[in-house]
Design a protein around this ligand. Structure first.
Ligand code: SIN
Length: 277
């Protein structure tokens, strides 16, 4: 059966997909999902019921999965699954309640950052909080004036993960394993060939070759540009959503929720990508 694909933004960014059962997705349906992911940048496949094994098996069809550096926040027995949750056991958070609150793209601090991430909602806040915002970095790039695109093309930015989380900070060993990396400020999507801005508020430390003031001013201007409502879709989570975003051409930011009152419990798998160019 063919899937129903409903784009949410006028230019086609972010699509909702209905009619899929990912526990029995044949090659034809898988190809439709892959094409939708490339076409729309972010897709939400609604109404899924996935065990950890099933989520891993589906995610692996897009490529090898990465094991996140935050070993303490992985699902026991399933190192491919990062726990994005405010659930606690014996008074300790099982995962990361405040993951990704600032605009970013996943694992940009590594040489080969994530191609895509699949976040599966097992429990969502009953009060409607905890949305995720997604920004279309291809459209944002294409909307820049020609002169600005030419000025930015060829520049590189330094990405490094060193910020603290609400409930923990990186260990010395993790910091040693994450020395930071340079990536192009404008990257070309390896499959669509389209260019996109490649940024992250806490992760991008500077633009190489610019003075500190010029770098800060340029980054602030670019964040203000990319996060205008015209480039951003706000996703309201439902239990059973599997959201799959393309980290090569989008940014996202998780919105806060009251983690003392409501539960937001999600499993994330992450597909390894190629070195940005
Ligand atoms: C993430 O950045 O992977 C988490 C996003 C979210 O929790 O909405």
């Amino acid at each position: 059966m063919s899937l129903e694909v409903r784009p949410q933004m006028e230019n086609g960014f972010f699509a909702e997909i209905y009619g899929a059962d990912l526990t029995q997705c044949d090659d034809g349906q898988f190809d439709e999902i892959r094409q939708a992911h490339l076409r729309h940048g972010v897709i939400v496949i609604r109404d899924q019921a996935l065990s950890p094994d099933q989520q891993i098996a589906f995610s692996q069809r897009f490529g090898p999965l990465s094991i996140h550096v935050l070993e303490e926040q992985l699902l026991v027995g399933y190192p491919e699954i990062l726990l994005v949750t405010n659930k606690k056991e014996n008074g300790r958070y099982l995962g990361i309640p405040d993951l990704g609150r600032q605009w970013h793209t996943d694992q940009s601090y590594q040489e080969t950052p994530a191609l895509g991430s699949l976040l599966y909602a097992l429990e969502v806040p009953g009060d409607g909080s905890g949305d995720t915002h997604f920004a279309d970095m291809t459209a944002a790039y294409e909307a820049l004036p020609q002169g600005e695109r030419e000025r930015l093309d060829g520049l590189q930015a330094e990405h490094r993960y060193d910020h603290k989380h609400e409930n923990f900070e990186l260990s010395d060993n993790q910091v040693d394993r994450l020395p930071g990396v340079l990536h192009p400020l404008i990257r070309t999507h390896p499959e669509t060939g389209r260019k996109a801005l490649y940024l992250g508020v806490q992760l991008v430390k500077r633009i190489v070759g610019l003075s500190p003031d010029d770098s800060t001013e340029t980054l602030e201007r670019l964040y203000a540009h990319c996060t205008q409502p015209t480039f951003v879709h706000r996703h309201k989570w439902r239990k059973g959503d599997l959201v799959f975003w393309d980290n090569r051409c989008t940014m996202h930011a998780a919105q806060p929720y009251d983690d003392q009152r409501v539960t937001r419990h999600m499993h994330r798998t992450t597909v390894v990508g190629e070195r940005p160019f």
